[in-house]
Ligand binder design. Structure first.
Ligand code: SF4
Length: 332
């Protein structure tokens, strides 16, 4: 039974803020995502000591320093193995992994793929700005072919990864995309990701005003293509659910429905340029969670998950007894 140390406290967004110095550039999209995370945790009233945020290396990966929860600023590309390990060790934790597109889809892409296929219950928030901001704006894995940001001497010679499609192929069962400057919408997405019982991937369009002068706030907001009649900007970012898009593949969905929904997902995930959808692209309930897979194999796992076990006596001598565990997993 979990011991709740502060069951009656009402948490505010301020309770998830820290005093750590933040050196992100003025106007960076990271600030919007940070606010969305703090507001979501307050919305959900998750006690700070019940949350852990893992991040890799990069500008955005400094986020564990700025959120007043447990957190580890890990190694480059390694946020997901930490997240998976923590969730398996302590299933009661709300686990969030975070970091940039260079961190997660460059050096970390092997972990991205292998974390997705397990369907462990965590939420991965990827700050997607198309550049390696911390190291002066080199092209990152999501920058599209032929795009030349002000930090590049030549247009990008590589094609960019479509991370929504990659997440689908890897097996993530909740896939969404948000926009860093639409904090209200983003906090809804993060909440849905945390509530989802499985691996949730949230790609966030995150302008980097210092090195990416192409995918800017003005560009996403359509300031360069005003309506000739009204003079108003025509935003490129639009909400998926405006057009009745339904991301849910329910538990009992048949093959035809699954195929149709996946086809629609692919179509929407490939939209870019003048129309960029944000929202929930997929919520697939047909895949068993890793919890369910473990519970089937190791019956008492959740009665005494590793973090709940006494590992040493008062003198520091180990009390670990794995006999029962090995009895459970023995192949007969
Ligand atoms: Fe943000 Fe770019 Fe500055 Fe990094 S370099 S803090 S991503 S604006």
């Amino acid at each position: 039974m979990a011991i709740d140390l502060a069951p009656t406290i009402q948490y505010k967004a301020a309770d998830y803020k820290t005093e750590a110095h933040n050196d992100w550039c003025p106007g960076c999209g990271d600030f919007g995502i940070l606010s969305a995370v703090q507001l979501t945790l307050a919305d959900m009233q998750i006690a700070p000591h019940r949350v852990t945020i893992f991040a890799g290396i990069g500008c955005s990966s400094k986020i564990p320093h700025f959120v007043n929860t447990y957190g580890i600023h890990t190694l480059h590309g390694r946020s997901l193995p930490f997240a998976v390990g923590a969730k398996l060790a302590n299933p009661e934790l709300t686990v969030i992994a975070a970091g940039g597109d260079g961190d997660g889809l460059g050096i970390g892409v092997g972990h991205f793929v292998n974390a997705g296929r397990r369907n462990v219950d965590f939420t991965y928030i990827l700050f997607d700005n198309g550049v390696y901001g911390l190291t002066k704006g080199q092209a990152s894995p999501t920058l599209r072919l032929g795009v030349k940001t002000k930090s590049l001497p030549q247009p990008n010679i590589n094609e960019g990864i479509n991370s929504l499609l990659l997440a689908l192929a890897a097996g993530f069962t909740f896939i969404a995309r948000g926009y860093a400057y639409d904090v209200k919408h983003l906090r809804e997405l993060i909440r849905m990701g945390i509530e989802h019982k499985g691996s949730a991937y949230i790609n966030v369009l995150q302008p980097c005003p210092t090195y990416n002068d192409i995918m800017t706030k003005d560009w996403f907001g359509g300031d360069d293509r005003k309506d000739p009649q009204t003079g108003k900007a025509l935003p490129r970012v639009y909400k998926l659910n405006q057009n009745g898009y339904d991301p849910l593949i329910g538990k009992n969905a048949g093959d035809a429905e699954i195929q149709s929904k996946i086809g629609r997902f692919i179509e929407k995930a490939m939209e870019w340029g003048d129309h960029i959808p944000v929202g929930v692209f997929l919520k697939n309930e047909t895949v068993p969670s890793y919890d369910a897979r473990i519970a089937e194999r190791i019956k008492n796992y959740f009665d005494a998950a590793p973090a709940r076990r006494t590992i040493a006596d008062a003198e520091g001598k180990t009390t670990a007894d794995l006999t029962a565990f090995f009895e459970e997993v023995r192949v007969t």
